[in-house]
Design a protein around this ligand. Structure first.
Ligand SMILES: [Zn+2]
Length: 1083
């Protein structure tokens, strides 16, 4: 099998990993570049599922991704090639898509408002109104088996206490029909969901689920409906305390601390400079309406929230009258209404829709300037670490879709690719390291535009502002390059037709798009229909020229718009400790104000809460959560059609799958002959291939050519251990996609990128280095667990060591040194890049992977043959020896933060353990029970989980935004005992098995299927092995859990620990446990 492992490794696309990094891309591609999602300020419920893709394990392509992920809202999906990626549309339209019988709807209490066929997604969509409550329901029917349900409430907050966010967490902690601690976690454990999460936006809260199994789907829907309408949390103060905030006092003689999952999650968010910038900008742009406060919660304000306010918020807004409900997929539309009516009929109409209306922000008559501080570590040149960002509110009301589409194109033209003029001007100016601000953001009532730079010198702030304005003025006066316009049209059109939502269900992407207008009482159908506005725009460009379209937009919405907020962010090395001191002071005052009786009572309440958290749910409560049985589970793994052939002496894998006329292809080169010292240069080598240009083409021209002819090309390293082999698998993968008719262009361009690009542009290379450095620093703050995981891996196996060289702390250190070297020793770097190319490019050790329909595959063979014939045929010099590991000491990477990331890992294969499928079930169970309960629920961390890399044998524990350090390590060390004492009834075991199969069988769009099959081929995983692992998973018993206890004790005994943590916590830990951690400063 290894579906799970592969699933995990490939889900580490920028897209997936960023799901819980607030500083990053929106989830769903949409035809308007950013509609649907306001990623930066949205808060996700964290599921172990999403966390287990840890970004760094086989992450390296993140650092080599063609687009900068430093944009606040995102790598633009138009040109991004997510590895999970792509898809066929919900197959062919069916003339007889099941329809709702109007009389059935009527009988169930619904009236039909409107019905439309949406050609763009080949779906029939019907809008209903629930007569008694006014609840609106969009019922979308098509042939997509990946069914989606979502319920969305308008939840505008009045202050920054984080009510909507805390409520989002809390309603999933038990309900009327499902009276257990966390039904959400039970669903994570034991369902076949393809999506399960909840999001808080600045003005709405959204609860989506998805599954391909109809029975499972309706189970999920019922649990979610019961949760939002009848949650236990509104009567249970302890849930409010646990998810929101509470004072913790273990012993009257100790200090009082704040605890709470959201409290800690937001402390993490408030530790990240990009998030501070995004929030400051939003609040300054909207001083007068609900967007002027933080729906996620400001850690300084969260403790003002009372239980009464919390309950009242639920009563007011979580009401059918204030709900918008979405169904999508191939299930029976009558059944949807039947399920809903059971809930909705219990309510009467309320005034919520009036009370939850979002008032628009009036436009300023004068620009505003704001200076804000953000925390940095001590040392380093603080002068060069300022940020500056210009933000505009574009309009005093929502825009029509045509204008939004035009602004989306404008955004892509300005910033979408490295060759886009505004982005290029900023990065080439040398005034800063990386872009901040996400361009156009249209997920809220009124659209915004923001752009700026970080890593700016104090003296250059003014210059950055002037450069932004003058570049926009110039573009408005001169218009855009003809080829740039052509490339952007092709790229956007390709993306729309490909409709590649990656690991994200298509129906969810559509829902978020529709909701982004529907939530403001606008037409929910319109956002789904892109053909007409797209054609209109293309015609306008063809008739009047692009300048006539885009120049007025730049002038009206940006240059002549006085509603501009300039944010300057200053680095403050004292800020983190200051904030901590303030918090301590407040808590000391609280304690001083308490009598001895109060303190005793608080200690008792603390203990009571802990006890409750640690007491498992009774079996009868657990049984209320509906689940499938093992009979519902297919006995065989999902097969991907694969034919292994040969073209010009090179192995070619072909996957005959329906892809709606798109060809996906990967060309893989063996990296194993690369000299060790060249490894850290590989990510920059990959970026150079795509962004340096050739003798005949500037990089801008090359980039435009790729945009005009293909759906995108990316180049990145892939590294993994191989089970039972000493040498790791290490490759460079070149990925590309195009319409079938452009296959020849695709391979010509791949050849051009690989063979003709010249490594001569010193200035551009220097930018790559500073961008990469900025990105690594960002990752260190935002996903320290990934950095810690990579570091531990590097101490335990060679593949991990290689990855760390190309994306961990070692890589950051390499970049820091490289920055100087580019100035002093460019020739050496340039020839090293050439040397990497020489050592990689050879027909020997090359492999081609193709996914498309049979006809496309057959037609493409001749282009592949030509491509391969152009490759050098020399054999690579012998395999290089990379016998490097990092020392196996325990390390603390110290950064300015208020939360920690704590890891511990060991290689289980070193202890003689032989892989058995049960290990997948067991490690998932450990994450979902032991670690969830101890690290998250009672520990107060945002997340805690474990990961078993079955290729290397490395088993790691990790925590995420954790207030603790040593305490968390103690929890990890007690895992063996947890397993030894584990009691488990058959139901629970079955759920654990089904949940594991759900991971293994994760829903994949066709290109992702082809890609997974390629990775299995590279890692030597056979179909027989997949079948065997599946059988082992299905027959996992309690005995396996108990036996695993001794195996996992190796992590306690022989493991290494790495924490990314705050200086104070590390100091305290080293005092308590005589210098347990070796300290390393990173920022
Ligand atoms: Zn949250």
């Amino acid at each position: 099998m290894d579906g799970a492992a592969l699933h995990r490794s490939i889900s580490c696309s920028p897209l997936a990993c960023n799901r819980f990094l607030f500083s990053s891309p929106k989830l769903a591609p949409s035809f308007l570049p950013k509609s649907s999602v306001v990623a930066a300020r949205r808060h996700h419920r964290l599921s172990n599922g999403s966390l287990s893709c840890r970004g760094l394990r086989r992450f390296s392509r993140l650092s080599a991704a063609p687009q900068s992920s430093s944009l606040r809202f995102g790598s633009r999906h138009f040109s991004s090639l997510s590895t999970r990626a792509v898809a066929s549309p919900p197959t062919q339209p069916s003339p007889e898509i099941a329809g709702v019988q109007d009389e059935v709807a009527e009988k169930l209490g619904f009236e039909k408002v409107s019905e439309q066929f949406i050609g763009e997604c080949k779906s029939k969509a019907v809008l209903f109104k629930h007569k008694k409550t006014g609840a609106e329901v969009m019922s979308v029917s098509n042939e997509d088996e990946n069914k989606v349900f979502g319920i969305v409430f308008r939840t505008p907050p009045k202050d920054s206490t984080g009510i909507p966010h805390i409520l989002e967490h809390s309603v999933l902690c038990g309900s009327r029909k499902y009276p257990l601690k966390e039904p959400f976690v039970e669903l994570l454990k034991g369902s076949l969901h393809t999506f399960l999460n909840a999001f808080t936006y600045p003005d709405r809260t959204c609860y989506p689920v998805a599954s391909t199994n109809t029975k499972d789907f309706y189970n999920l829907v019922d649990v979610y409906l019961d949760a939002v309408f009848f949650p236990k949390c509104i009567e249970d103060f302890q849930t409010f305390q646990q998810e929101g905030w509470h004072y913790e006092l273990n012993n009257p003689s100790e200090d009082i601390t704040y605890k709470g999952v959201v409290f800690n999650e937001m402390k993490g968010v408030y530790s990240q400079p990009d998030n501070i910038l995004g929030r400051t900008a939003q609040q300054a742009l909207f001083p007068d309406n609900t967007y002027g406060v933080d729906s996620g919660g400001d850690p300084n304000v969260i403790p003002n929230l009372t239980f009464e306010e919390f309950k009242e918020f639920h009563r007011k807004y979580y009401h059918p009258s204030n709900a918008r409900i979405w169904f999508y997929g191939d299930d029976d539309p009558n059944e949807r209404l039947r399920i809903l009516s059971e809930y909705l009929n219990l309510f009467n109409e309320s005034t919520a829709p009036e009370e939850s209306k979002i008032a628009p922000q009036k436009l300023f008559s004068e620009p505003v300037r704001i200076v804000e501080k953000y925390p940095v570590g001590e040392g380093g040149d603080l002068k060069k670490r300022h940020m500056v960002c210009l933000n505009w509110l574009l309009s005093d009301k929502p825009l029509d879709l045509q204008t939004e589409l035009e602004l989306g194109f404008l955004d892509y033209l300005l910033l979408g690719t490295p060759a886009s003029p505004l982005r290029k001007a900023l990065l080439e100016s040398g005034l800063g390291d990386a872009i901040v601000g996400g361009g156009i953001e249209d997920g809220l009532l009124q659209p915004q535009f923001s752009i700026g730079l970080k890593g700016v010198s104090e003296d250059d702030i003014q210059k950055v502002e002037e450069l932004i304005m003058s570049t926009l003025e110039k573009l408005s006066a001169e218009g855009f390059d003809k080829y740039a316009v052509e490339a952007s049209i092709n790229t956007i059109e390709f993306s729309l037709r490909e409709n590649n939502t990656g690991s994200f269900p298509r129906g969810l992407s559509l829902m978020l798009r529709s909701i982004s207008k529907w939530i403001y009482d606008m037409d929910p159908f319109e956002p789904l229909k892109y053909e007409k506005p797209l054609m209109a725009l293309k015609a306008k460009i063809a008739e009047e020229g692009s300048k006539a379209v885009f120049s007025p937009l730049i002038e009206k919405f940006i240059l002549n718009n006085p509603h501009r907020v300039t944010i300057e962010m200053q680095p403050d090395p004292e800020k983190a400790s200051c904030d901590e001191a303030t918090e301590k002071e407040i808590l000391e005052k609280v304690k001083a104000s308490m009598t001895d009786e109060d303190l005793a009572e608080l200690a008792r309440a603390t203990e009571e809460l802990k006890l409750k958290q640690e007491t498992p749910d009774p079996p009868e409560a657990l049984r209320t959560v509906p689940s499938l049985s093992l009979h519902d589970i297919p006995k065989e793994p999902i097969q991907v059609p694969t034919e292994v052939g040969d073209i010009s002496g090179v192995k070619v894998l072909q996957h005959d799958l329906f892809t709606n006329d798109v060809l996906y292809s990967e060309v893989v080169f063996d990296m194993s002959s690369l000299k060790q010292e060249l490894l850290p240069l590989v990510p920059l080598f990959c970026q150079s291939l795509l962004e340096m240009g050739t003798k005949d083409l500037t990089f801008v021209q090359l980039n435009q050519l790729i945009g005009r002819k293909t759906g995108g090309i990316s180049v990145y390293p892939f590294t993994s251990s191989m089970r039972g082999k000493e040498n790791p698998c290490s490759q460079i993968i070149v990925r590309g996609k195009s319409m079938a008719g452009n296959a020849e262009d695709l391979f010509n361009l791949m050849n051009c990128v690989l063979q003709e690009v010249q490594f001569t542009d010193q200035q551009r290379f220097k930018q790559f280095v500073s961008q990469s450095k900025a990105r690594m620093e960002n990752r260190l703050r935002g996903s320290g667990h990934g950095i810690a995981a990579a570091r531990m891996d590097a101490k335990l196996n060679v593949a991990g060591w290689i990855s760390e060289q190309m994306g961990g702390i070692s890589y950051l250190e390499f970049l820091q040194a490289l920055e100087e070297k580019v100035d002093n020793n460019w020739n050496e770097i340039s020839s090293s890049l050439e040397e990497i190319r020489k050592s990689l490019l050879s027909r020997k050790g090359c492999l081609v992977n193709m996914t498309g329909d049979g006809k496309t595959l057959a037609n493409t063979e001749k282009f592949i043959s030509k491509f391969l014939d152009l490759l050098p045929s020399h054999s690579p010099v012998e395999t290089a020896i990379w016998n490097a590991l990092l020392p196996s000491n325990s390390e603390a990477i110290v950064i300015p933060t208020q939360v920690n990331y704590v890891g511990r890992a060991a290689n289980l294969y070193d202890t003689g353990y032989q892989l058995d499928g049960s290990a997948y079930v067991i490690s998932k169970h450990i994450s979902n029970t032991w670690l969830w309960d101890r690290v998250r629920v009672s520990g107060g961390a945002y997340g805690g989980f474990c990961d078993f890399d079955t290729h290397s044998g490395v088993f790691s524990f990790l925590s995420y935004r954790d207030p603790n350090l040593l305490k968390t390590l103690d929890v990890y060390n007690a895992t063996g005992d947890f397993l030894r004492e584990l009691e488990m009834d058959d139901d629970t075991l079955t759920k654990a098995i089904i949940g594991t199969i759900g991971d293994v069988d994760a829903y994949q769009l066709p290109d992702a299927k082809g890609y997974s099959s390629l990775l299995r081929y590279l890692l030597g995983i056979t179909e027989e092995e997949r079948q065997r692992r599946r059988e082992e998973i299905l027959s996992t018993s309690l005995k396996d859990f108990k036996e695993f206890a001794d195996v996992i004790d190796a992590v306690k005994g022989k493991g290494v620990s790495v924490a990314v943590a705050s200086p104070d916590d590390v100091e305290a830990a080293n005092k308590e446990r005589s210098n347990f951690f070796e300290v390393k400063k990173a920022l």
